[in-house]
Design a protein around this ligand. Structure first.
Ligand code: FES
Length: 114
């Protein structure tokens, strides 16, 4: 019997793919060459920061570690760390590169040591 599938779409680049439910976004990125970059895969570096345009309820709940890292960079509520996320249903996403102006500039108060 086939595994349940989820549809991932990147409207800005036009890329899309079908993944098995429970795959992580990094699994999908590796397999389908999606426009998400990643490094640490441990919710530390934020390289994999991704905006969820639709379907945020179709992603796994953030771990405490992911919540801490997102708070440290003052992330919007609909941003996630792709390396920490399992896909549970259809989503539309947009990758936020390190140099993207959507990221807020760091202040000295934001310095978090991991
Ligand atoms: S790859 Fe470093 S936080 Fe996701």
């Amino acid at each position: 019997m086939a595994e349940p599938q989820a549809h991932i779409v990147f409207p800005r680049t036009g890329q899309e793919c079908q993944v098995e439910v429970q795959d992580t976004l990094v699994d999908a990125t590796f397999r389908y060459d999606l426009p998400i970059r990643y490094r640490c895969e441990r919710a530390v570096c934020t390289t994999c920061l991704t905006e969820v345009l639709e379907g945020i309820g179709n992603l796994s709940e953030p771990t405490e570690r992911e919540k801490q890292t997102l708070a440290a960079i003052r992330a919007e509520a609909h941003w996630r760390l792709a390396c920490q996320v399992s896909v549970l249903g259809d989503v539309k996403l947009d990758y936020i590169p390190i140099t993207d102006p959507r990221r807020k500039p760091e202040t000295t108060e934001d310095k978090t040591v991991f």
